[in-house]
Design a protein. Structure first.
Length: 398
């Protein structure tokens, strides 16, 4: 009787082992691809930047799938993107991230464009514990909520504006006064807070700091107000396409500062530099990303984008691509797409990108971020500050 029981028990163990092997094989067979979802502004007031963000994701998708897909452990799985248009609306953005996670059940997520929509989408990611590497989230308020599943790609607003402190100190004879015009948008409001502080800390007199509605096309009134204060430097903090309208109208109403800075503007070479022609000459912009920075893969990325899309990439494209680079490396390092383990890896490992090294602190902020200043010179966006990165010397308009 005992021997019969042992035989039965042994048969049951063998059966269970075979069953577990079959289940494992079925599960492995079911994992045919890795799905990555996102919502981005393909229409609406953020559509210029949103479409550029999507192009960055698409370029990475093409390159990763050419290699056989995302490396997870010893295997590669093709990547499928699941995109939605958030229509430049934060509530719509939230709705789609809920759908991606609970309805589509995507494996991983990428981010929307802009600090406002990232502020909203990151709350959904945190709720469901989906790590999200945000390709455009500079507003410092995003990082003050104690979230554990968010990671930064762009420089934060203080870092982005920091180089203006040393620049204005170095050129205090030329630039004694300044005015700031800024769009009512989370990103540009945050930039104004940082820039206003650094302008005054540099000893430059801040004559005007004026907010205007988002999505405007007529800046005549506010530009005339700035003209009346006659600043040596005029900083215009907005997004595309308002940057083009504001720059053109500044010339039309006769605003002639020694220094004109427009964020976001020159990074869009096709729309801003070529679109405005000579009117873009000598316009400054805070540095986001630049192909001439000394980082591996930067120039290849620049060339590959031009080959695929027939134009030069904006820095929004670059940041979207960087977020994918970090995600790809994190999956490779941890050998799984299990999100909790992936989140732990993002917090403790180092990653190499076309903007240099990324290493995240407990808030998800890159410890190695650095700002710089660019200027349009001879129809090119070149680095002019700080001196150790500069390709050319800063020039003034008068």
């Amino acid at each position: 009787m005992k021997s019969e029981r042992f035989v039965c028990l042994g048969s049951l163990v063998v059966f269970l082992l075979v069953l577990l092997t079959l289940v494992g094989a079925l599960q492995a067979a079911e994992q045919k691809e890795v799905t990555i979802g996102y919502a981005v502004s393909l229409t609406g007031k953020f559509s210029v930047e949103g479409n550029e963000t999507q192009r960055g994701y698409q370029l990475w998708l093409e390159q990763i799938n050419k290699t056989g897909g995302l490396q997870v452990g010893d295997k590669r799985y093709p990547v499928k993107l699941v995109p939605y248009d958030d229509e430049s609306d934060a509530s719509t953005c939230v709705k789609f991230y809920e759908k991606l996670i609970t309805g589509d059940k995507v494996d991983l997520i990428l981010s929307p464009w802009g600090s406002g929509n990232n502020f909203a989408a990151s709350a959904v990611a945190e709720k469901y514990r989906y790590p999200i590497i945000m390709s455009s989230a500079s507003a410092i308020s995003i990082w003050e909520r104690g979230f554990k599943y968010i990671f930064e790609t762009t420089q934060l607003s203080p870092t982005m504006m920091q180089p203006w402190l040393s620049f204005l100190k170095a050129y205090n004879k030329e630039i004694k006064t300044a005015a700031i015009l800024y769009e009512n948008f989370l990103f540009t409001v945050a930039l104004n807070e940082s820039l206003s502080k650094f302008v005054q800390e540099a000893g430059t007199k801040l004559l005007l700091s004026e907010k205007y509605p988002i999505g405007g096309k007529d800046f005549t009134g506010i530009l005339l107000k700035a003209k009346g204060s006659n600043p040596d430097a005029l900083f215009v903090l907005n997004i595309m396409p308002a940057s083009v309208y504001a720059t053109r109208q500044a010339h039309e109403v006769g605003v002639t500062p020694k220094l004109l800075m427009v964020n976001i503007g020159p990074m869009y070479r096709e729309e801003f530099i070529r679109g405005l022609g000579d009117l873009s000459e000598k316009v400054y912009e805070s540095g986001f990303w630049h192909p001439d920075l000394p980082f591996p893969g930067a120039k290849d990325f620049w060339k590959n984008f031009q080959t695929k899309f027939g134009k030069e990439p904006s820095t929004d494209v670059a940041y979207a691509f960087i977020s994918c680079q970090v995600l790809e490396q994190a999956v490779k390092k941890v050998r799984t797409i299990a999100r909790e383990k992936l989140n732990e890896t993002l917090h403790k490992e180092k990653f190499e990108t076309i903007l240099g090294p990324y290493e995240y602190d407990e808030r998800g902020i890159n410890k190695a971020q650095r700002g710089f200043i660019c200027q349009v010179q001879n129809k090119k966006r070149v680095i002019v500050w700080p001196t150790d990165l500069a390709e050319a010397k800063p020039e003034f308009m008068r």
